[in-house]
Write a protein that binds this ligand. Structure first.
Ligand SMILES: CC(C)(COP(=O)(O)OP(=O)(O)OC[C@H]1O[C@@H](n2cnc3c(N)ncnc32)[C@H](O)[C@@H]1OP(=O)(O)O)[C@@H](O)C(=O)NCCC(=O)NCCS
Length: 211
């Protein structure tokens, strides 16, 4: 992805499009060459996180809920950004040896480009580094796209929460997989869309990059 964009950047002119369809008409050559990057999110990203969630989640989280996530010690909030644009976000809790993935969303016009898998795998790397022994998540029974992503990463069905989702009383599938140190390379190798400059999460530490 980054390579494709860098290749396209010399062609930038008025109204130019990158290979992914992004318009650079007003962005100018500097922003156009910025590659997607994984970062740890903070409340500076709150508006864009809320907007992204409303764009692609049937029952989006409230602004207050996201704000609380930024304040929790156990929270892992990561995103894929390109300059000031938020492409994807993922919120998880790291507690008691478990990485629990709460929210994963990719901007609709950026689907199927590897961002979802890259960001989830980055979260799994953080889980391994923090000593988590298993990862868990819930997914709607109808969300086959997400289920395909999760099963491809070794998640397996461990339970069903009947009528879990309040908006349509849909069942939630509970998925889990074990995590071991040997899995780190496997996950890291799947962070293909964008490599972060650091690969270890400083819990509540200084924010990664300049965001
Ligand atoms: C689910 C979601 C996060 C996937 O992100 P993405 O960036 O589109 O996915 P990726 O490009 O990384 O693809 C990863 C895998 O997802 C699945 N996938 C992606 N696009 C797909 C499509 N058009 N049809 C079916 N499966 C698809 C595939 O298994 C794919 O792996 P593969 O390319 O090896 O076959 C994204 O579609 C999304 O934000 N959906 C709305 C929110 C949501 O459902 N979140 C999950 C809640 S539990």
């Amino acid at each position: 992805m980054a390579l494709e964009e860098q290749k396209s950047s010399p062609l930038l002119g008025t109204g130019a499009l990158a290979v992914d369809g992004t318009s650079y008409a007003s962005a100018g050559p500097v922003l156009a060459t910025v590659p997607p990057q994984i970062v740890f999110l903070n409340d500076r990203w709150l508006d864009r996180v809320v907007a992204l969630d409303h764009m692609c989640i049937p029952n989006p989280w409230s602004r207050e809920l996201f704000l609380k996530e930024f304040e929790k010690d156990i929270s892992l909030a990561i995103g894929i950004v390109r300059g000031e644009e938020l492409i994807a976000h993922c919120f998880s809790h790291l507690v008691a040896g478990e990485l629990h993935v709460l929210n994963l969303a990719v901007a609709i016009d950026q689907w199927s480009r590897g961002y979802g898998r890259s960001l989830l795998c980055f979260a799994l790397v953080q889980g391994v580094d923090e000593g988590a022994q298993f990862a868990t998540l819930e997914v709607r029974a109808s969300n086959l796209r997400a289920q395909k992503l999760y099963s491809g990463l070794g998640f397996r069905l461990v339970g069903i929460r009947r009528e879990y989702y309040q908006d349509n009383r849909e069942d939630a599938l509970v998925l889990a997989r074990t995590l071991a140190r040997k899995d780190r390379t496997l996950f890291w190798d799947k962070v293909t869309s964008c490599r972060a400059p650091l690969n270890r999460m400083p819990l509540r530490g200084p924010q990664l990059s300049s965001v």
